[in-house]
Design a protein around this ligand. Structure first.
Ligand code: AMP
Length: 441
């Protein structure tokens, strides 16, 4: 129960209003320590409820402030606009019975309007590092009274090349009393370096190791001969799978536009989201998907973070993501908060090695699925096929059975464990990370 936490009654009222009853594992682990003012480093999967895990203690710190609002007291840094917007909404929902005001600073929005908002001085400022620094450099942003900083999706901020910006922003807050860093993965040397620089003797909470991520999501691969064949498989999946909303990921804008074009031509209610789209289009796409005006989103990785859409239960990786972390973030769009989801990756000859390395990284073997109606000739490397069992490639008979089973009824391979104990080991196999990420798609 949330009442177990020493949270202000106005925040508990908001929690009740939002019908949060039981804290998720990350909330149960992080909130008490955060309320004590501890620096935290939290490794927790996307969709685990980590936003409330930092937002509630952060607001609790501010809720009783007697002084008139004159300074920014809390700063939340995130990698993408979408994630920042969603976090703003969470802050507003939780602070609805308080006088706390929050503001948002991200790229793609009007600079002067943001400056005007900053003149009114929000208590909590949420934003992406690049634009925050621009506002800082323009003399519009004053952070010296910030008490608490949250770095959310810190691994992703590093992947996007924001390390220096994040550090600079942290240095602009010399009087901060608490720093909390959240990441979906344990990250590499870059993350360790940042942790050493910005956190003071942090408590490390490991909520699910990477290999346990997305337990509520069934993960499958389907082999394909070429991109056109992949398109046929996508059509088949969209027609035959049971889903409320689906997202199709591609690695390039061109491919996203192409698939989108084919879907629209077939009368699917779809939207496309990538870096060429302006902020208005992006907001519209996300809103339409949330409200159900569109059922299918075709997107590059720009949408992989921060999307929290109810009923998003089918993820199709048209292209395999370029890193294990990206895979985790993509499929983190589904199976959220204990719901079931299905993630299908389409694998051509050129994708196989990447797919295998992601399997090793996650310490998982994806379910091999064959759909007889759209079966091609490629079925994985020959030597893997020969040693079938060890590599998890099933013989024809099993494929057929597997196919029937999948089409008839979807079941998660592992049940989500909402109260899973804290895991302490990571032991990740090395995998080249994409670094820095290519120009945002
Ligand atoms: P997050 O990982 O913070 O993006 O949260 C994922 C989704 O779970 C969001 O829609 C939250 O509103 C929801 N959520 C988070 N914590 C709880 C909770 N304790 N009870 C019910 N829903 C929750």
């Amino acid at each position: 129960m949330f009442s177990q936490f020493a949270l202000h009654e106005r925040l508990l009222k908001a929690v009740a209003e939002l019908k949060f009853v039981e804290p998720t594992p990350v909330q149960a682990a992080a909130i008490p320590l955060a309320l004590q003012g501890r620096d935290l480093r939290v490794t927790a999967q996307t969709g685990s409820g980590k936003t409330a895990a930092f937002v509630l203690p952060m607001l609790n710190r501010l809720v009783d402030l007697k002084q008139k609002r004159v300074e920014i007291r809390a700063l939340v840094l995130l990698p993408t606009r979408e994630l920042a917007q969603q976090t703003l909404k969470e802050v507003e929902r939780f602070s609805q019975f308080t006088f706390i005001k929050a503001g948002l600073i991200t790229g793609g929005e009007d600079f002067k309007e943001q400056a005007a908002m900053l003149r009114k001085v929000p208590d909590v400022l949420i934003g992406t590092p690049g634009r925050l620094l621009e506002q800082l450099n323009a003399g519009n942003l004053h952070l010296e009274h910030v008490q608490v900083i949250v770095l959310d999706e810190a691994d992703r901020m590093l992947d996007m090349g924001f390390a220096e910006d994040v550090e600079r922003l942290c240095n602009e807050c010399p009087n901060r009393e608490q720093t909390m860093l959240f990441s979906a993965t344990t990250g590499g040397a870059g993350l360790r370096d940042m942790i050493g620089k910005v956190l003071k003797t942090p408590e490390h909470l490991m909520l699910n190791s990477v290999s346990q991520l997305a337990e509520g999501t069934r993960q499958q691969i389907i082999t394909a001969d070429h991109n056109q064949h992949k398109e046929q498989i996508v059509q088949w999946l969209l027609q035959n799978e049971t889903y409320d909303k689906a997202i199709i990921f591609t690695n390039t804008r061109v491919m996203a536009d192409r698939i989108y074009g084919h879907l629209v031509a077939k009368d699917y209610k779809a939207f496309v989201l990538h870096g060429d789209k302006d902020q208005k289009d992006r907001k519209l796409a996300i809103e339409r998907l949330k409200q159900g005006g569109a059922k299918i989103l075709v997107a590059t990785d720009v949408a992989a973070r921060g999307l929290d859409v109810d009923g998003l239960d089918l993820v199709i990786n048209f292209d395999m993501p370029r890193s294990g972390d990206e895979y985790v973030h993509r499929i983190g769009r589904t199976g959220r908060a204990g719901n079931e989801g299905l993630a299908v990756s389409l694998i051509c000859h050129g994708d196989w090695n990447l797919m295998s390395s992601i399997e090793r990284y996650l310490k998982q073997t994806f379910e091999r699925r064959v759909i007889k109606e759209v079966k091609g000739t490629y079925s994985g490397p020959k030597k893997v096929k020969a040693s079938g069992k060890a590599a998890g490639v099933k013989k024809k008979k099993t494929d057929k059975k597997g196919d029937k089973k999948v089409v008839a009824k979807r079941k998660p391979t592992a049940k989500p464990k909402p109260n899973a104990p804290l895991a302490s080991s990571d032991g990740l196999a090395p995998l080249k990370r994409r670094k820095p990420a290519p120009a945002a798609e």
